[in-house]
Ligand binder design. Structure first.
Ligand SMILES: C[S@@+](CC[C@H](N)C(=O)[O-])C[C@H]1O[C@@H](n2cnc3c(N)ncnc32)[C@H](O)[C@@H]1O
Length: 258
């Protein structure tokens, strides 16, 4: 048997959103690697530790923290992200060689699901390409923040037969995407919802979803945008960090196309 890396989706904040497959994967691991750093990251690290405490029954599993390097803010965004991923791949590589043997199972706990705005799979691909560590890979899905949002807001993600686009705040603030009327926005540090011209659109917003800090708001954008903005500021001030996701649904401008 060779070394195995398990990329394990653990849900986006509610420890009960973990799957049976993920719990079994945690307990298969000889080593679990947990990222730390910064106030937001320390909450996320605590959440990962909480999950280990609740579900880890294998007394032999070793848990190792590692510090995530900061992403370079200068230069182009894409270059900064690429360099950052290569730096994290180097850390994985060193750590894996240092803390595991070539027959052990290493678990990486990923927030939400590894396929959604998460680069762990890409970073592990870099480790493989570097050629110093050989391993088999398994990816275990998790509940995403989008699922947590829809559940808390008691809504279906898509309208009947219609598409939904998932994008970032940075992109939405540059303009509404072509061909869709339903947009899920993640990673929004700029409050892109404030720049939407259609004030009659509906917004379904949630922050700290699944955690004890969860707060949700919804309504006509023109009626609730200011309240969401104020709630965000106050919550970030109080907690030192915020993670929020929202769906904006506008009247069907694309109806004639369908
Ligand atoms: C790097 S992405 C990770 C997404 C994650 N892989 C998932 O499946 O949800 C981080 C973004 O996910 C969203 N997010 C993650 N957890 C959240 C939560 N508990 N509440 C609200 N938004 C969350 C926010 O938009 C945040 O900026």
């Amino acid at each position: 048997m060779s070394r195995t890396i398990l990329i394990i989706g653990i849900g986006a904040g509610n420890p009960e959103h973990i799957t049976v497959q993920a719990i079994n994967a945690l307990n298969r691991a000889d080593v679990l690697l947990i990222p730390t750093k910064g106030e937001e990251k320390s909450f996320l690290a605590d959440m990962r530790r909480d999950i280990c405490e609740r579900y880890l029954t294998n007394g032999d599993t070793r848990v190792h923290d590692y510090a995530v390097p900061k992403r370079r803010a200068d230069g182009s965004y894409d270059d900064g992200v690429q360099d950052w991923h290569h730096a994290i791949a180097k850390i994985y590589e060193e750590l894996i060689l240092e803390v595991s043997t070539d027959r052990e199972v290493i678990g990486l706990l990923v927030w939400g699901d590894p396929m959604l705005y998460d680069s762990t799979i890409r970073i592990v691909d870099h480790v493989r390409a570097n050629g110093r560590v050989a391993f088999d890979l398994e990816v275990i899905p998790g509940i995403t923040s989008i699922q947590a949002l829809c559940a808390s807001q008691q809504i279906a993600l898509n309208r009947i037969g219609l598409p939904v686009e998932i994008t970032t705040g940075r992109r939405l603030s540059a303009g509404w995407p072509e061909g869709v009327d339903d947009v899920v926005v993640m990673l929004d540090g700029v409050e892109a919802f404030r720049s939407i011209e259609d004030r009659d659109a509906q917004i379904y917003w949630g922050a700290y979803l699944g955690t004890e800090l969860e707060v949700t708001l919804s309504g006509r954008l023109g009626d609730v945008a200011e309240q969401i903005s104020e709630t965000r500021h106050q919550a970030r001030e109080k907690n030192g960090w915020i993670m929020d996701t929202y769906l904006i649904r506008r009247a069907r401008a694309t109806e004639s196309e369908t």
